[in-house]
Design a protein around this ligand. Structure first.
Ligand SMILES: [Fe+2]
Length: 334
């Protein structure tokens, strides 16, 4: 397929043909294969004592948040838990939930400082847009645009974060400050489970996912760059799959490019969603206040149900998102 004009071409270097055999790794599972014990990483007493000591020490003398580093504190037990949380997300089932920080005892600044320190033990926090934003508030906003569906109470659809841009975060993480009064269940599915199911049931549509699509870059790219990219919905580097699958950023990418999504291309996206639903390929979990979700963004898809906020801050869903990437500089584009 020729690469179109006026799009960032990300197909270069993606010449490895898709594998032909099903994947047999820890990321190939269906809902009934795993349970909360598989994704929950409990902070035990020694770690909780370390974390408590860090907050007490920051109350005595502090630094600007981005100057704080884990090695400035005694966090040996905590680091073991965070390493375990990383392992489950990177080489295990694809996600983990760290349970949990005592947010009721802390100010928001203290909570954010601990979030920063704990996640720095997992990988490198990176900017979520070209202007350098590191923490992103995930809560309902009254300023609507066609690209901030994540900031509404509406149901989302399965996607990978930052799928329209060059350097996807390895991990997307969310610390829950408050959950909604009602609803807001999250889901996660790995691209390997989806791959295996489609290999059996929809090989033609699976082939199409490995061909390029337009992707909406959501105006978070470097100013002056094309507002769409051109890349497969699923890529393969010979070892790992890379997801750029999104049921909103691909169709809206075609809209922005002024192009028509081909029938097979649309069918492939819809079939993938149907397969996830019919085969129960996603895990479901509700994030509680103080928990930190860490998921493998490049090798999975996530989604959440709609929710209903209450009248008080405590009943209005509010998460703090941080992206982590193993390589490159911490700038948006590495
Ligand atoms: Fe997301």
């Amino acid at each position: 397929m020729p690469s179109p004009q006026n799009a960032l071409d990300l197909t270069i270097g993606q010449q490895v043909p898709r594998p032909q055999q099903p994947f047999k790794n820890a990321k190939a599972w269906a809902r009934t294969d795993i349970s909360p014990a598989d994704w929950t990483v409990t902070l035990e007493a020694p770690a909780r004592r370390e974390i408590d000591a860090v907050v007490k020490s920051l109350r005595q003398q502090n630094l600007p948040l981005y100057m704080l580093k884990p090695e400035q504190f005694e966090l040996t037990a905590t680091a073991k838990h965070m390493k375990e949380a990383r392992l489950r997300a990177y080489d295990g089932i694809g996600f983990s939930v760290v349970d949990r920080l005592p947010l009721d005892e802390w100010t928001l600044d203290e909570a954010t400082a601990m979030q920063w320190l704990l996640l720095s033990l997992v990988s490198q926090p990176v900017a979520q847009q070209a202007d350098g934003q590191i923490f992103r508030d995930i809560k309902e906003t009254l300023v609507r645009s066609q690209y901030n569906q994540g900031l509404t109470q509406e149901r989302l659809t399965f996607h990978t974060d930052n799928s329209g841009n060059r350097n996807l975060p390895n991990f997307s993480t969310l610390m829950c400050l408050h959950k909604a009064e009602e609803g807001g269940m999250s889901e996660y599915c790995t691209i390997y489970s989806l791959y295996n199911a489609m290999l059996k049931e929809a090989p033609e549509q699976l082939d199409r996912l490995f061909q390029p699509y337009y992707h909406n870059r959501q105006d978070i790219q470097i100013p002056g760059e094309p507002d769409v990219s051109w890349a497969p919905a699923i890529g393969y580097d010979g070892e790992r799959l890379l997801s750029r699958f999104s049921l909103n950023k691909i169709p809206s990418g075609y809209q922005r490019a002024g192009a028509e999504l081909d029938n097979l291309g649309r069918d492939a996206l819809e079939t993938a969603l149907a397969v996830i639903r019919q085969r129960d390929l996603s895990a479901k979990y509700m994030l509680e206040r103080g928990q930190i979700l860490i998921f493998n963004n490049r090798e999975g898809l996530h989604h959440r149900e709609g929710f209903k906020n209450g009248d008080t801050v405590e009943t209005q869903r509010h998460l703090l998102r941080v992206w982590l990437r193993d390589e490159g500089r911490p700038f948006f584009d590495g």
